[in-house]
Design a protein around this ligand. Structure first.
Ligand code: HEM
Length: 404
């Protein structure tokens, strides 16, 4: 039986609510970092959100993420979402199935393929930025951070651009509608639409968008079925838009709070490329979770089968035992230190879209820095955000001064 609150030793108890702590709505990242600052333990157990472990230590989190046999990835969610349909492929697949999916998917997301998308990503980014930056104040989230990845995603997947507002509303509803029933309903709409998209692509035959590439993917004579392509498209929809928007807006918040650092990027937008991993580390936002497959003892902690183990990458990517001066923006970190951040997870399920994600974030930030001389938070207007599995901002009011 899964661990119950009353069985957790006093020394391992905490009172953290990663979904609904009111401070998350005011400053989600600041709230997480305050929890980190207050903790000296590698792990603790909270009664909130169905009861779950929270790992603070990078080393322990890494062990869990790299042990897919003992720590499974079905179901994803905090609380664990057992009602989610279709199953998220490949994220919620067991180790053997997962290997097959990764083999078929990797060619679609490899750097050489992603590189070819740069011109189109840049064009979309420039169009959105030119419109959004026409006024001296804007909500960066609504006007830049959401529209760009949604447009890029629709084009890459061969979805109808006319449906962009609809996609935006569904995706927002899936993550943030007030009740689980409503969230599942939004998921259902996304899933039904993508089933139609996959069916249409099959009728059309060849093409070069991601759905076509997935339908045609073949490794050693093996192909994906239409149902599998549908489940993968569904995960890509959920994994490929909100994430990039969160990353862009948290990074922009960092820039707005640190004018000198921003001035350096404005003066040399090309330096974004070499800073991207450090920016990702500092702004990691996904709280990953794993479900214990069996009772297991690890680093002196007893996990029971069915336990939900949560790994907030915002916290583990700033563990001082792994990253020296972890709150400092430092592009001089060694590659081996920097590569350990958990913004994209670790182990078998490490983000397969990471090259695309980095490309999108880099291109948008480069084009923003090129155009904008000064950026600051709008006085008198608050930022707003949320916690949960993908912590992020809901509003980021900025004042900008364009370059001459
Ligand atoms: C800055 C943006 C992004 C971040 C921070 C991010 C982060 C992550 C993380 C932390 C995981 C691991 C989840 C886990 O182990 O439980 C993951 C997995 C995944 N991501 Fe991303 N992601 C981003 C963008 C994207 C994009 C653009 C795509 C594709 C369009 C994508 C597709 C996926 C897929 C398919 C998986 C599952 C991989 C597997 O199970 O093998 N992600 N991502």
């Amino acid at each position: 039986m899964a661990t119950q609150w009353q069985d957790v030793p006093e020394a391992l108890r905490c009172d953290i609510d990663i979904v609904a702590d009111p401070e998350l709505a005011r400053d989600p990242q600041g709230c997480m970092l305050a929890w980190l600052a207050a903790e000296t333990r590698p792990i603790a157990y909270t009664p909130h959100n169905g009861g779950h472990w929270i790992i603070f230590s990078h080393a322990l989190a890494h062990k869990v993420l790299c042990d897919a046999r003992n720590f499974g990835s079905f179901p994803i969610g905090v609380p664990a979402n057992y009602q989610q349909r279709p199953r998220l492929i490949p994220l919620e697949s067991g180790p053997d199935e997962h290997r097959r999916y990764r083999r078929l998917l990797l060619p679609v997301f490899q750097p050489a393929v992603v590189q070819k998308m740069e011109a189109s990503v840049r064009q979309q980014a420039c169009e959105v930025l030119d419109q959004a930056l026409a006024q001296p104040s804007l909500d960066f989230l609504a006007e830049v951070a959401k529209p760009i990845p949604t447009r890029v995603f629709a084009e890459q997947m061969g979805l109808e651009v006319a449906m962009l507002p609809q996609f935006y509303a569904w995706e927002n509803g899936f993550y943030r509608a007030p009740t689980l029933e409503q969230r599942l309903e939004y998921g259902q709409r996304i899933s039904e639409h993508l089933a139609e998209v996959v069916a249409r692509h099959r009728e059309e035959g060849a093409g070069d968008d991601i759905v076509h590439l997935l339908l045609a993917a073949e490794v050693e004579g093996e192909q994906l079925t239409a149902d599998e392509v549908h489940a993968i498209a569904y995960l890509l929809f959920l994994a490929g838009i909100d994430t990039v928007a969160s990353m862009l807006s948290l990074t922009m918040l960092q820039f707005a709070r640190q004018p000198q650092q921003y001035a350096g990027f404005h003066g040399n937008p090309e330096s974004i490329a070499e800073s991207i991993d450090e920016l990702l580390r500092l702004n990691a936002f996904i709280s990953l979770n794993r479900i214990c497959e069996r009772d297991i003892e690890l680093d002196g902690v007893h996990f029971s089968a069915g336990d939900n183990v949560v790994i907030p990458s915002a916290i583990t990517s700033r563990d001082p035992a792994t990253f020296s001066a972890p709150d400092r923006f430092d592009i001089g970190r060694s590659r081996s230190e920097l590569n350990q951040h958990h913004a994209f997870g670790a182990g078998a399920h490490k983000c397969i879209g990471l090259h695309l994600a980095k490309l999108e974030v880099r291109v948008v930030l480069e084009e923003f820095c090129r155009r904008v001389r000064r950026v600051s938070l709008s006085p008198g207007k608050d930022i707003a955000g949320h916690g949960g599995t993908t912590l992020g901002l809901d509003r980021l009011p900025l004042e900008i001064e364009l370059a001459q």
